[in-house]
Each structure stands twice: as structure tokens, then as C-alpha cells.
Design a protein around this ligand. Structure first.
Ligand code: NAD
Ligand code: UDP
Length: 337
């Protein structure tokens, strides 16, 4: 265990054990909804906060039927009044798709800084564990592979992606500083590209976008020559890892991701095969500062959280394609009625 973990007074209870009250910021987002569902299914009470900047009320419809689920609409930067105390807090609020954070640059910076400060204060008030959903983007355009937590990264502080990268790097610094000075039980999970059912087809992230394009028979838009790589983690694997981080007292940072690396052009071809689509590929100019490689080293997650992903890319893509296909059928049927 990291020495800083030993200094923390408030040890985290077992989320699979007695019923706990857990706050999830960004609870209406892609990962937030999956996390809410998983925690509710383990018998916990969940309070979710979201301002719908990159999600919609529809996404939480499936949760609001549970008597153990409470939703608070609002911005984490506004220091929302929260009733009662929490046993654990998961801080997920933040636009995550490059499309979204480039549309909301100032909001993204504010959420990582002021928003994170208020979330830590809420943890302090409840004397509870708080885990930040950080990102592999803190490594920027990495010069090392695989990326280990000890690597400090290669971030352009003034490039377009810096609004996301630097807001998460600041949030990480904030979490560590509060841990050191106030002994708050903070944790940092560095999440790598995650996909699965629930990812909005128009959200811009590559998996849902390529599947949407393939199903519509439109060209798959490949930025650059498609040689850049990512390592995609299926959402149920990621949520399991995040819950283990929440249950532990580990300070992190700990990488959570699937080390199975693939180039974007290979991903495009795989999605064409799995959807049976004959869409062509359309090559567009490379994005500014787009990381050329990304692959997590997950030795720490394995050793400290006893976690590793179990869903292969083929299995996960098949499940995601089935979900998106069903969504398209329902949307098209509703439009033709
Ligand atoms: P998402 O955009 O689907 O969800 C983010 C949610 O946060 C949205 O519902 C949005 O409305 C909400 N939000 C944003 N700013 C807010 C604010 N100021 N106040 C209240 N709510 C706010 O993204 P996601 O994929 O679910 O990502 C969740 C978290 O995980 C993010 O913090 C992201 O940085 C991190 N992460 C995700 C991935 C991934 O591949 N999905 C990878 C790395 C890190
Ligand atoms: N990408 C692409 N075409 C698209 C969307 C994304 O080629 O229509 C590429 C993008 O350039 C990046 C990778 O896919 O190299 C992953 O992009 P995404 O936006 O999903 O996430 P990122 O890892 O960049 O945050």
C-alpha cells in the first residue's frame, strides 16, 4: 500500500456489504449511468448530480424507477446543497468526448477545478472516500508505451485538448493536496478509452461514431492515416474496476483500462466486418495533438485492486453494435409513426 494510504483516518466500507449512501457526480453520463446501476444492484442508495451538459434526462429514466435513487439537477461548480451524509463519492462530472470538451472549454476547466474543490469539500463534510475519474489524457501524446502511472506525460499546455488534460491534471493535484494536508481519503483512477451500450451515437467518440456510420451506410471518418492507436475497455469491466477503487483506500493514481491495443484503421475494419456494412473509409486531416499511441500498464490495478478486464474487444463491440442497432430501429420506428 502507498504510504499516503496509511495516513488516512476514514477507511472506506465495503460497497458490496451493508447498504451505503453514495454520491455520483456526472451520474447521467455514459459511465455515470452504468455506475449508478451497478451500485443500486448491490443494494446501495445512490444520489446522482448532473447538469446534463453532455447528457439528457432520458439517460436516467431507467434509474428513476428505483426508490433508492435520487437525482439532483445542477452544476458541481455551484456548490450544491446536499442533504445528509455520504459513505463514498465518485466524481465523474466532466465532458469526456473531445467533441464535447472542445465545445465547452471553459466549463470543462471550471468543472475540473472549482467543481472538484466542492466535491472534495462534500467528502470532507461526510468524512468519506472520494474517487476522481481521471483520464489517460493526463499522459498527453505519450512518449512511453505502455503508460505506467509513474510517467509524467507529454501534454501541450496551450493546445486545444489542454482544457481537458490540464483540468484533470489540476484535479489530480487537488485530490493529492487535500489528502496530504487534510487526510481526506481521496483516490485517483486514470480511465482509458471505455465504450459500450449507452454511449451516445452522436457523442463523437470513435467507437459509437464508427458503429453509427456503419449502420447508416455512411463513410467511416478516419482522422489522419488511422495508424494512431487506442486500447478500448468494455464498460462493465471499467465499472467493476472503478467500484474496487471506491472500496479501497488506495490514493492512486491507478490506471483502469484494457491493455489490448489496436490502430484506428483496424478498429474501423473490425466494425465493418461485425456490422456487415459495406461503408467506405473516408480519410480526414489528423486532429491537432491527437495522441499517436495509448496503451495502459495495469500492473498496479492487478496488484492493488485484484482487477483486470475480462471482456474482449470482439465481444464488447458485438454487444455495443446490438444496442446501437436496437436504438436505431426504435428511433426510426418512432419517426415513421
Ligand atoms: P459523459 O460526457 O457521458 O458524462 C459526463 C457527465 O458529467 C455528463 O452527464 C455531464 O452532463 C456531466 N457534467 C459535466 N460537467 C458537469 C458539471 N459541471 N456539473 C454537473 N454535471 C456535469 O462522459 P463519460 O464517458 O461518462 O465520462 C465520465 C467521467 O469519466 C469523466 O470525468 C471523464 O473525464 C472520465 N473518463 C471517461 C473515459 C471514457 O472513455 N468514457 C475515459 C477517461 C476518463
Ligand atoms: N477518430 C477517428 N474518427 C472519428 C473519431 C475519432 O479517426 O470519427 C480517432 C481520433 O482521431 C483518435 C481516436 O479515434 O485518434 C480516439 O478518438 P476518441 O474521440 O474516441 O477519443 P480520444 O482517445 O481521442 O479521447
Amino acid at each position: 500500500m502507498h504510504p499516503a494510504a496509511l495516513a488516512v483516518e476514514h477507511l472506506c466500507p465495503d460497497i458490496g456489504g451493508p447498504r451505503l449512501r453514495i454520491l455520483i457526480t456526472g451520474g447521467a453520463g455514459f459511465l455515470g449511468v452504468h455506475l449508478c446501476k451497478a451500485l443500486l444492484s448491490r443494494g446501495n442508495e445512490v444520489v446522482a448530480v448532473d447538469n446534463f451538459v453532455t447528457s439528457s434526462r432520458n439517460s436516467i429514466e431507467q434509474l428513476t424507477t428505483s426508490p433508492d435513487f435520487t437525482f439532483i439537477e445542477g452544476d458541481v461548480c455551484a456548490n450544491l446543497p446536499m442533504e445528509g451524509e455520504f459513505d463514498a463519492i465518485a466524481h465523474l462530472a466532466c465532458p469526456a468526448s473531445p467533441n464535447d470538451y472542445l465545445r465547452f472549454p471553459l466549463e470543462t476547466l471550471a468543472t475540473g477545478s472549482h467543481g472538484s474543490e466542492f466535491v472534495i469539500q462534500a467528502a470532507q463534510k461526510s468524512s468519506c472516500r472520494v474517487v476522481l475519474a481521471s483520464t489517460s489524457e493526463v499522459y498527453g501524446d505519450p512518449l512511453q508505451k505502455p503508460q505506467r502511472e509513474e510517467y509524467w506525460g507529454n501534454v501541450n499546455p496551450v493546445g486545444p485538448r489542454s482544457v481537458y488534460d490540464e483540468s484533470k491534471r489540476y484535479a489530480e493535484a487537488l485530490f493529492m493536496a487535500h489528502r496530504r494536508t487534510e487526510k481526506i481519503n481521496t483516490g485517483i483512477a486514470r480511465i482509458f478509452n471505455t465504450y459500450g451500450p449507452g454511449l451516445r451515437p452522436d457523442d463523437g467518440r470513435v467507437v459509437s461514431r464508427f458503429i453509427a456510420q456503419a449502420l447508416r451506410g455512411e463513410p467511416l471518418t478516419v482522422y489522419g492515416n488511422g495508424s494512431q492507436t487506442r486500447s478500448f475497455c468494455y464498460v462493465t469491466d471499467l465499472v467493476e474496476g472503478f467500484i474496487r477503487m471506491l472500496e479501497s483506500n488506495e490514493p492512486g493514481p491507478i490506471n483502469l483500462g484494457n491493455p489490448d491495443e489496436i490502430s484506428i484503421i483496424k478498429l474501423a475494419r473490425m466494425i465493418l466486418t461485425l456490422t456487415g456494412s459495406s461503408s467506405p473509409l473516408r480519410f480526414l486531416p489528423a486532429l491537432e495533438d491527437d495522441p499517436a499511441i495509448r496503451k495502459p500498464d495495469i500492473a498496479k490495478a492487478k496488484a492493488l485492486l485484484d482487477w483486470e478486464p475480462i471482456v474482449s474487444l470482439g465481444e464488447g463491440l458485438a454487444l455495443t453494435i446490438a444496442w446501437q442497432r436496437d436504438l436505431f430501429t426504435r428511433t426510426t420506428t418512432a419517426q415513421t409513426k
